[in-house]
Design a binder for this molecule. Structure first.
Ligand SMILES: Cc1cc2nc3c(=O)[nH]c(=O)nc-3n(C[C@H](O)[C@H](O)[C@H](O)COP(=O)(O)OP(=O)(O)OC[C@H]3O[C@@H](n4cnc5c(N)ncnc54)[C@H](O)[C@@H]3O)c2cc1C
Length: 402
């Protein structure tokens, strides 16, 4: 079977769904293809997102929100707990979502705008002609389908094979692939409106443990560990089991997920002839926190806006699509990714003494001055050893990233 669309979207996560919705709303014919049988499941996410960031796109439906978050606690390796309550300083904090519902609703929005949706249908090969992408061969239940499209959106997440098949180098170095394990736990004693982050080289080397509440006594309890630090007996699940045994011995686990998060820099270029790369596939998740929901929504929508103009003008070459790449890099998102990459490079080299010193010094900061630049300046002022560790060049590139 051969079909033709203006736009083919590979992947039904937030990036693909938002791109499909945007193109469909502008009147283009769109096919979104998702390899899994159900949108949003299994969830591979701790489901946290900033309120202000989310509000850029919508006022969340009640059914998307599992918990509203008012504060974040950071727990140092020595057990000292620092409480951050940005709401007291006038800033909003965040939501923990039900992504099974949220992702599904996003795809429903795309369908409502006119996009065709196919689930359990994997894009297996791009159709390449004269160095340009002309759609893909899809596989649905063993049956190959040829789908031709003027523009293809690679929104296939962290695995991102599609862009690679089209000739884009999407390799992530092992040390920059955070490997994660997460339990959805119930029957645990937590603050239902606070997220918690545990740092330390015996707890989560090169990463952190998170507790993201999903209501009373229920939370995503997960861990990310630097890919190069996983060893037999010290895999993310081993660290997580030890953490859970220490902190929630009576908790009950009702779901287990494993997944990867890239903490590298974004791809050097996120467009090619007739191809746009969005969300995790473009490596735009936050290198410091691993968060990528906002970036997927932002790049998905932007791809829809820029791609639509390019289709209208009849030119979807790399050059015509470049405004997409340039716009997200110059945006708040691009700048935050650059800055947080520099911070992450420092973070992964810290020993437990450094981490203790940082958490203690930040806890003494005046919250009304709270922003990332002030945070870094305070940390360095309070811990001159860190400035030495960073060296002149490291310090400069860190401060230049603001
Ligand atoms: C353990 C963990 C915790 C996380 N916690 C958070 C968090 O708290 N907050 C946050 O903001 N982010 C978090 N993230 C990251 C977040 O989940 C991603 O950044 C986000 O889902 C990216 O959206 P996306 O649309 O780019 O990709 P995805 O949501 O991964 O969607 C890609 C889709 O493409 C499909 N696909 C792949 N290949 C093909 C193919 N060949 N054909 C068809 N379909 C295909 C996949 O099945 C998938 O549904 C976490 C990630 C992990 C692993």
């Amino acid at each position: 079977m051969k079909r033709e669309y203006d736009v083919l979207v590979v992947g039904g996560g937030p990036g693909g769904a938002f791109a499909a919705k945007t193109f469909a709303e502008k009147g283009y014919s769109v096919l979104l293809t998702e390899k899994r049988p159900a949108i949003g499941a299994p969830v591979r996410c701790a489901e946290g997102v900033g309120k202000a960031l989310m509000h850029e796109f919508f006022k969340p439906e009640d059914r998307w929100v599992a918990a509203e978050i008012e504060k974040a606690n950071i727990i140092a390796p020595d057990g000292f707990k620092m409480e951050l309550e940005p709401e007291k300083a006038g800033a909003e904090v965040g939501y923990v979502l039900h992504r099974k519902v949220f992702d599904r609703d996003l795809v429903w929005m795309a369908a409502g705008a006119g996009a065709d949706i196919q689930v359990k249908t994997r894009a297996v090969t791009p159709i390449m002609e004269d160095g340009a992408v002309k759609g893909a061969i899809l596989n649905q239940g063993g049956i190959a389908q040829e789908v031709r499209a003027g523009l293809t959106i690679a929104a296939d997440g962290v695995e991102s094979k599609f862009a690679r098949w089209c000739g884009v180098d999407t390799t992530v170095p092992l040390r920059e692939m955070e490997t994660c394990a997460q339990y959805l736990m119930t029957g645990i004693d937590i603050d239902a409106h606070a997220t918690e982050f545990y740092v330390g080289n015996n707890i989560a080397p090169g990463g952190y443990v998170w507790i993201f509440p999903k209501g009373d006594k229920t939370a995503n309890v997960g861990i990310g560990v630097g890919g190069d630090r996983c060893k037999p007996g010290n895999r993310p699940i081993d660290y997580l089991n030890r953490f859970v045994a220490r902190n929630f011995p009576n908790g009950k686990t009702i779901e287990l997920i494993a997944g990867g998060v890239s903490i590298c820099q974004p791809l050097p270029c996120t467009v090619a002839n007739n191809l746009m790369i969005v969300g995790d596939a473009a490596r735009v998740s936050d290198p410091l926190t691993g968060g990528g929901i906002y970036a997927a929504l932002y790049t998905g929508k932007l791809a829809g806006d820029v791609g639509s103009k390019a289709i209208e003008k009849g030119d979807t070459s790399t050059q015509a699509l470049m405004p997409y790449d340039e716009t997200w890099r110059a945006s708040y998102l691009g700048k935050a990714l650059e800055r947080n990459y520099q911070i992450k490079e420092v973070f992964v080299k810290l020993n437990d003494d450094d981490l203790n010193a940082i958490v203690h010094s930040v806890s003494k900061m005046n919250l009304s001055d709270f922003n990332t630049l002030n945070l870094i300046k305070n940390i360095i002022a309070a811990n001159p050893k860190l400035a030495i560790k960073l060296g002149k060049a490291g310090l400069k590139s860190l401060l230049d990233s603001f």
